[in-house]
Design a protein around this ligand. Structure first.
Ligand code: ASP
Length: 441
């Protein structure tokens, strides 16, 4: 059994967080590979080390002294070193690194040092070997990860060193330059490492006990999702749920490795498991039907009406969609009736061309009427258990109807794992609360 673990910035914010990480790693001997972020915020007003590093780059660019920022960084690492009782001279390493920094130092190199120093300390603390990401995570010149090379190198290093700590967020280009992923990219490093090493599970340790069924800003203390499939996750994150992005976990998905999202501050919580499919279903999941609810505000609906539209419908739809394409407006849904159809799209994509767009549509010869409704929210009710089961949409409509919430649009994908309803923006939060209460209880 091999577990690859990634710890995020809040799990590494200070020496007491480092101590929690050590306890977690030591409690299970299969936790052999650890990927770390840079230390994050200790409290709301605090700074992330990565932000401070980008700030240093800005200082250098404008020729401003950055000693103050650098000492903040040094203090953070010194506190971790002392609090964990480590002998490594991290201050000297930091000084040596910055002694060579000047206007020509690439921003990616500077940004990557947060994870580098973090991994140096963690390796020593755990008694694991430090393996630099620059020694295995290789980028091609097109900016893509070179899978073959990276996999080969990581496997080799793992077989030499056994238990390793490696920094997240960056890798190396063929010319030796450091390149970082987009912000939050240590998640990608963790998924790549788990994939390359064929881990049994990729544990992503953060500061929440898994993915919540619904946005906690809308519903107080919502339940955690015990298990979610990648497809469900994709639907939920597309609809605005702030969860691990599906793209991030792609490297483990293709190798059928489950992801377990865990909480460093509550390691006894089982967290959420993301998997391709689950062969057995838990009783509570079967009873609940749904996995999660997510939603987004600010959509618009344009309704096109043509009496006795008949065979012309397809041609008209094509003309309308061509106009949308020309305006670069992404189409979310196309609900249709006998003599009409509607196009649902994000309002902001119209920008200030609303009148122009409406004018152009109403000029289409073959239509009788064209109306615009703004202020629509879309709510997705997602659940693999919904497929091929009766009564779910009935329950959704009854819940909303009984509470006088008008449903403006309805859509269900053919795989039946997602039912999407459109309601007015002012009903958005109430609708989500009602749906959660009727399904999650
Ligand atoms: N430290 C980087 C950031 O703050 C990467 C990460 O934490 O995943 O974005």
């Amino acid at each position: 059994m091999l577990k690859v673990l990634k710890f995020g910035g809040s799990s590494l914010a200070d020496s007491s967080q480092f101590a929690k990480v050590k306890k977690i790693v030591e409690s299970d001997s299969s936790r052999e590979v650890v990927i770390v972020s840079a230390p994050g915020k200790r409290c709301k007003e605090d700074n992330k080390i990565t932000d401070l590093l980008y700030l240093i780059h800005a200082h250098i660019k404008y020729g401003v002294a950055y000693d103050g920022v650098l000492s903040m960084i040094k203090e953070r690492y010194a506190e971790i070193k002392e609090g964990c009782g480590l002998a490594i001279d991290i201050e000297k390493e930091i000084d040596e690194t910055f002694a060579n920094v000047d206007k020509k130092t690439p921003v990616d190199f500077l940004a990557s040092r947060g994870e580098y120093f973090s991994a140096r300390l963690m390796a020593e603390y755990l008694g694991y070997s430090f393996v630099d990401a620059a020694d295995w995570l290789c980028f091609d010149y097109n900016g893509k990860v070179n899978t073959e090379k990276s996999e080969e190198k990581l496997r080799e290093l793992k077989s030499i060193y056994g238990r390793i700590v490696t920094p997240g967020f960056y890798g190396v280009m063929a010319n030796g330059d450091i390149k970082v992923f987009p912000r939050g990219g240590s998640d990608i490093t963790g998924a790549l490492a788990a994939g390359y090493l064929g881990a049994d599970v990729y544990e992503n340790w953060t500061d929440v006990s898994g993915i919540l069924m619904v946005d906690p800003r809308i519903v107080k203390d919502p339940k955690t999702i015990a298990r979610v499939t990648y497809d469900e996750l994709r639907e939920l994150s597309y609809m605005g749920a702030s969860v691990l992005h599906e793209d991030t976990v792609f490297p483990v998905r293709v190798r059928d490795i489950p992801v377990n999202i865990r909480n460093t501050n509550a390691p006894e919580d089982p967290g959420t498991i993301i998997g391709e499919r689950f062969d057995d279903e838990l009783e509570e999941e079967t009873e609940r039907f749904i996995t999660g609810i997510a939603g987004k505000r600010n959509f618009s609906i344009i309704n096109i009406y043509k009496s006795r539209i008949g065979e012309e419908k397809l041609g008209l739809l094509r003309q309308v969609l061509e106009i949308f394409a020309r305006y670069d407006i992404p189409v979310e849904q196309i609900p249709s009736g006998v003599d009409s159809f509607s196009v649902v799209f994000p309002s902001e994509s119209m920008r200030n061309r609303k009148h122009e767009l409406m004018h152009e549509l109403s000029e289409l010869e073959s239509i009788d009427d064209c109306t615009l409704t703004e202020g629509i929210s879309l709510i997705a009710i997602v659940g693999r258990q919904m497929a091929y089961r009766t009564g779910i949409s009935g329950k959704i409509f009854r819940t909303l109807g009984e509470n006088k919430i008008n449903i403006r649009t309805i859509e269900q994908g053919a795989d039946e794992i997602n039912i999407m309803v459109g309601v007015y923006d002012e009903d958005f939060e109430k609708a989500i609360r009602l749906l959660y209460e009727s399904f999650a209880k």
